[in-house]
Design a protein around this ligand. Structure first.
Ligand code: NAI
Length: 369
């Protein structure tokens, strides 16, 4: 059993020693009843390929019989960014599906994604990276989930130039935000029947900030004795991820590490085009594809809607539509596995429409059974 020691003894903690695994007595994912009542979700189609891929998701949800009313709102630099209409809609519905938004690099308006994160205090970014059967990458059977603290750390935005040639950035870690994201990670592991949560840190160097992060994670871990808790140094975890990703399961990380590690994990399953994500807040959740607006293929019926679709599947599970979520997930995986109607980025020749229709055909066949 892991013991919880003070910060001063952090370096002496055996980072690979696990807490004992005990069977849970709490109701789990499989025992929860499916939700059936209708809901309204805000839809931010986004820029570039956003409208095409969000139309594909709407068609697939419709074919699967999801009782959703979409409330489209526009987030764009041209319409005032995250304006009052957007705020009102997400506040009311508490749930949104979002396509990619264009952000100029280095100049122009600030990231609209960041503005959304701030507006709705989206404290945890969740990114599952799961191998897609039939889409061959260097690794088979990758099944990792990154849970990234989304509000502070290196991204607190406290930077200044001390004098020419010397700039400083301040990394802020609080017990409150660390505890909140750790709770979410353990709750996620519990609901998704995952066995292990690893806190990834660099507390050997950043003893106070990362030290506080893992001290907070340990306190939360003690409340989930049925889930194994481990701590791993960032560098060691990176080595393990590229040597054998099966060595990790659910990971909880401070902001910057989470940003980098989640892209690395996406790379292990074939890239950002297949990776969904969720941004969880206290009063709202926004689900989004992690790829960008793909301006090079926008409007050409070439975009792969899988990442946004799987983000929609995460949204359904978040809301409790477990069976419907599984149905759409399975139809999508089977379509990719078959390989007949896949988009160019996956090595196929099908357009967005043909891929979408192939998923719908499978769904309809499944629903008739
Ligand atoms: P990108 O992800 O848009 O494109 C990179 C490459 O991947 C391109 O060749 C593109 O065609 C391809 N690609 C991306 N998604 C695809 C899909 N679903 N199906 C098929 N191919 C796909 O990245 P890039 O070019 O760096 O960024 C373009 C714009 O997107 C920028 O303005 C950037 O700020 C924004 N962006 C927005 C994000 C968001 O809203 N979450 C995330 C990343 C970038």
């Amino acid at each position: 059993m892991q013991t919880f020691r003070g910060l001063r003894t952090l370096n002496r903690v055996n980072l690979t020693k696990n807490v004992q695994v005990r069977p849970t007595k709490i109701a789990t994912y499989a025992t929860l009843a499916d939700r059936t009542e209708p809901f309204t979700a805000t839809l931010i189609a986004g820029d570039g390929i956003g409208p095409e891929i969000s139309e594909a998701v709407q068609k697939i949800f419709n074919a699967a019989g999801i009782p959703v009313s979409w409330e489209p709102v526009q987030v764009s630099a041209l319409t005032g960014g995250v304006n009052q209409e957007v705020i009102n809609s997400v506040e009311k519905n508490k749930i949104a599906l979002k396509g990619p938004l264009a952000t100029p690099i280095g100049t122009g308006h600030t990231s609209l994604n960041l503005a959304l994160r701030k507006a709705f205090k989206l404290y945890a970014n969740v990114r599952p990276s799961v191998s897609i059967p039939g889409y061959k990458t260097l690794y088979d059977n990758v099944d990792l989930t990154v849970i990234r603290e989304n509000t502070e750390g290196e991204y607190s935005g406290i930077e200044h130039t001390v004098n020419p040639g010397l700039a400083e950035s301040i990394k802020v870690i609080t017990a409150d935000a660390s505890t909140r994201v750790a709770h979410y990670a353990f709750q996620y592991a519990h609901q998704h029947k995952r066995s292990t949560v690893a806190a990834i840190h660099k507390a050997s160097i950043m003893k106070m900030t990362d030290g506080l992060f893992i001290e907070s994670c340990r306190k939360v871990a003690a409340r989930y004795p049925h889930i194994t808790y481990v701590e791993k140094s960032l560098d060691a975890a990176m080595l393990q991820l590229v040597q054998n990703p099966a060595q990790l399961d659910v990971m909880v990380l401070p902001n910057l590490y989470g940003d980098i590690v989640s892209d690395l994990c996406a790379g292990l399953i074939g890239g950002l085009g297949l990776t969904p994500s969720a941004n969880i807040g206290q009063s709202a959740a926004i689900f989004e594809a992690v790829h960008g607006t793909a301006p090079d293929i926008a409007g050409q019926n070439k975009a792969n809607p899988t990442a946004l679709l799987l983000s929609g599947v995460m949204m359904l599970r978040h809301l409790g539509f477990y069976t419907k979520a599984d149905l759409i997930h399975e139809a999508t995986m089977a379509t990719i596995r078959e390989g007949k109607y896949i988009t160019g980025d996956l090595g196929g020749k099908a357009g967005t429409d043909a891929y979408t229709n192939a998923i719908i055909t499978r769904l309809q066949a499944e629903l008739k059974k």
